[in-house]
Ligand binder design. Structure first.
Ligand code: TA6
Length: 303
């Protein structure tokens, strides 16, 4: 792995892209450009913060109790769930939601663009820990463009001679004023599995609203979702491609207390996950010599 000095010499173009190792030695990358600020951890290829200059509050939610520790997922931001979602299908001792969010990634490129946004390319490091859990010839890269819009593309390339099947999600935590006043549009009449009721199959009617724990996998949907937040007087527009499921999650009080790192002062009230994903019956098989990309872009507008 390159030293911080080498990384900053190679990618630290002026003041805008800076690597540091402040969080228990975890290397993070801070980006500032005329459009936005952002912070990314190399562990997990994890975008932790993004705030466009025009936004009065962060768009992503990061728990004030997030643990920045080697080998543990960071609570908040955009965890990358890959190559499975939820528990491993056959070995429950393996990390839920896959290993990508807890292993080291490396920076392949970081540069300012002519439009004053910043592009980053990160790649999962295929070390022996990874190979033992995922014995395929495969590259996982995350391209991030930081600007007035946050764009992320997660690409899985199969360089081997066998197909493999992945479950994946960009498990994004959005910052909201109060979970009880927000609503999510875009899923009306979409079928979902309700994890709170043992995966019962249901159909959404109207907007998604919250007055208790919600943990749902919306299936066979490519729809844009809009998160309306009257408290912060804004909409967050969540667009995607290469994704056929959307997971919506808020743990509510009891589950949040069990989980333990969801923030002091009712942190769970200020977050909702809207996860562009390919999970359950929407998992993706990647044929040899091909690749698959899950793309999202997040933007905000006044309400
Ligand atoms: O995406 C929703 C979910 O799968 C929930 O079931 C939930 O418990 C969660 O993600 C958080 O998982 P984590 O492993 O990060 O604690």
């Amino acid at each position: 792995m390159q030293s911080l000095h080498e990384l900053n010499a190679q990618y630290g173009v002026g003041h805008k892209i800076h690597f540091s190792a402040d969080l228990n030695g975890l290397v993070t990358l801070e980006v500032e450009n005329p459009h936005a600020t952002a912070k990314v951890a190399l562990q997990g290829g994890h975008v932790m913060q993004w705030q466009p200059r025009h936004a009065e509050a962060p768009v992503l939610w990061l728990s004030d109790q997030a643990r920045f520790v080697a080998g543990r997922s960071i609570r908040g931001g955009v965890p990358v769930c890959w190559p499975w979602f939820g528990p491993h299908p056959t070995d429950e001792t393996l990390c839920p939601h896959g290993f990508a969010r807890v292993v080291q990634w490396e920076i392949v490129d970081a540069k300012p663009e002519p439009d004053n946004t910043t592009s980053l390319v990160l790649r999962l490091v295929g070390n022996s820990q990874v190979k033992s859990q995922w014995p395929y010839e495969c590259d996982l890269t995350l391209t991030v463009n930081i600007g007035p819009v946050l764009k992320m593309s997660l690409t899985t390339a199969n360089h081997g001679d066998k197909p493999f099947t992945i479950g994946e999600a960009l498990h994004t935590y959005f910052n909201v004023s109060d979970i009880e006043v927000v609503k999510i549009l875009g899923l009306d009449q979409t079928e979902y599995e309700d994890k709170v009721e043992d995966y019962a199959l249901k159909r959404q009617s109207g907007e998604v609203t919250f007055n208790d724990e919600v943990d749902r996998v919306y299936l066979n949907t490519t729809a844009t979702c809009v998160l309306e937040d009257p408290g912060l007087r804004r909409r967050i527009v969540i667009e995607k491609s290469g994704s056929h499921s959307t997971v919506i999650w808020n743990p509510w009080e009891r589950k949040a207390a069990e989980i333990g790192d969801l923030g002091s002062h009712y942190g769970w009230r200020h977050m909702v996950c809207v996860e562009s994903s390919n999970v359950r019956e929407n998992v993706v098989t990647v044929a040899p010599g091909t690749s698959h990309t899950l793309h999202v872009q997040y933007s905000t507008e006044g309400l």
